[in-house]
Design a protein around this ligand. Structure first.
Ligand SMILES: Cc1ncc(COP(=O)(O)O)c(C=O)c1O
Length: 429
């Protein structure tokens, strides 16, 4: 039997504009038909190399066969009970696995949820319950989600926060260290001290929340001296340290959690995105004594830690072992970084190449200056898409191109994507 042809991207875009609010952004006017590993095909049959991975969700690629098999098997058994009503082993097993992976020589416990923002919300609840304090200090340029509390923590207004306030009180923003833009580690730590002096007394602060590498903010890596300094301030005042690893976690940076590379261990870690290879699940992993602070019934959610998400996440962990993806993450990172440095030699608009493991970005400036070039960034991303490469921009000034390609991508596919990127630079300049 002949199948009806799929509608065109343009026809679907028209229906989308009529049916979906404009507030939901869309980086590319493309509708997927099917995807495999680091490639996908749109409804018109065009092939794309995927360097975006659904914003850091596809470290194991589109539809990894092991993940799909585990999900199918789970679907045949049961799909939902609500863990708070009738429990299931995959939740407990995933918690055990994440507890073992989190750094720090103390007992850990794990709470499972559905989205990154929900994990951050719950980390704040747990930190407050443990310390009995209300205050949270986040960082400029940080991104923590789209719920009202996580928007409050997010350190960039447009487009995330515009028109959505008021946000919860007792949230303050210190400066994130950013040598490229003139914020030293000393400046950043000083700004934390100044909040504790001018805005909220240390005895009322529950936690600092920081991304090991700012994701939406522009792929700026938190220097080790900064993390060490922050932990010293935290320890001095009984403040907890939360590592928001929603974007950095699940092997992206060369270790399962980026904070494994820190000189100090955080008290709580939030993780989501690539954890379940394309299925919604998130977690708060942390010190058992802290995690046990909320009273029974204080944590949970109808779909929190869904059996399907747990099965997918356990499969992702197996794939990481079988395919040695942590090692691969470091190799992919080095291959991307080398190629981007070569590209930067030919194009002076590339002012910086940076990253951690396979979380890699370039920052674009107007030729020969230090003025962020968001327009050039937008044009390169659009040109690359026309040529079959899906990229994402990010950064406070919208002038950063980030790469979040699946770690399962072959060297040949990485090189194909990189050569499309180079051709896009040549075409646009
Ligand atoms: C560091 C960080 N925290 C939290 C979130 C929110 O995650 P979600 O979109 O799954 O709610 C994100 C999403 O990009 C993120 O990068």
């Amino acid at each position: 039997m002949q199948r009806d042809p799929l509608p065109s991207n343009a026809a679907l875009m028209a229906r989308r504009h009529a049916a979906v609010p404009r507030g939901v952004g869309q980086a590319h006017p493309i509708f997927i038909a099917h995807g495999r590993n680091a490639e996908f095909w749109d409804v018109e049959g065009r092939r794309y190399v995927d360097f975006a991975g659904g914003i850091a969700v596809l470290n194991t690629g589109h539809c990894h066969p092991e993940v799909i098999a585990a999900v199918k098997a789970q679907l045949e058994r049961y799909t939902h009970t609500c863990f708070q009503v009738v429990a299931y082993e995959p939740y407990v097993e995933l918690a055990e696995r994440l507890n073992a992976l989190a750094p720090g020589a103390v007992l850990k416990k794990t709470l499972l949820l559905s989205t990154g923002a929900e994990a951050v919300e719950n980390a704040v609840k747990i930190a407050r319950a443990h310390t009995g304090r209300p205050g949270i200090i986040a960082f400029t340029g940080g991104y923590h989600g789209r719920t009202v509390m996580t928007l409050g923590l997010t350190g960039k207004i447009a487009p995330y926060k515009t028109g959505f306030g008021p946000f919860p009180g007792e949230v303050f923003h210190a400066r994130f260290p950013n040598a490229l833009h003139g914020v030293s580690v000393a400046d950043a730590l000083q700004s934390v001290e100044s909040i504790l002096k001018n805005d909220i007394e240390a005895e009322r602060v529950a936690a600092f929340i920081v991304e090991p590498v700012q994701g939406e903010g522009g792929f700026y890596v938190a220097p080790h001296e900064f993390v060490e300094g922050l932990k010293k301030i935290a320890d001095r005042h009984g403040i907890l340290l939360i590592a928001d690893e929603v974007q950095t976690g699940a092997g992206r940076t060369g270790t399962w959690f980026a904070c494994e590379q820190w000189p100090v261990a955080p008290d709580l870690i939030t993780t989501a995105k690539s954890l379940a290879g394309g299925f919604p699940i998130s977690a708060v992993v942390g010190r058992a004594d802290v995690m046990d602070a909320p009273a029974p019934g204080g944590l949970g959610g109808t779909y929190a830690g869904s059996p399907v998400g747990c099965a997918a996440a356990l499969a992702v962990l197996r794939v990481f072992e079988d395919e040695q993806l942590l090692e691969r993450s470091r190799v992919v990172g080095a291959r991307l970084t080398d190629a981007l440095h070569r590209l930067a030699r030919d194009h002076k608009t590339i002012g910086d190449v940076r990253g951690l493991g396979a979380m890699v970005a370039i920052e674009l400036f107007e030729d020969g200056t230090h003025t962020p070039d968001a327009e050039l960034t937008r044009r390169i991303v659009a040109e690359a898409a026309k040529r079959g490469l899906i990229l994402l921009s990010c950064g406070t000034h919208g002038n950063v191109i980030r790469i979040l390609v699946p770690l399962t991508a072959s060297d040949a596919l990485l090189d194909e994507g990189l050569s499309i990127l180079a051709a896009s630079f040549t075409a646009v300049h």
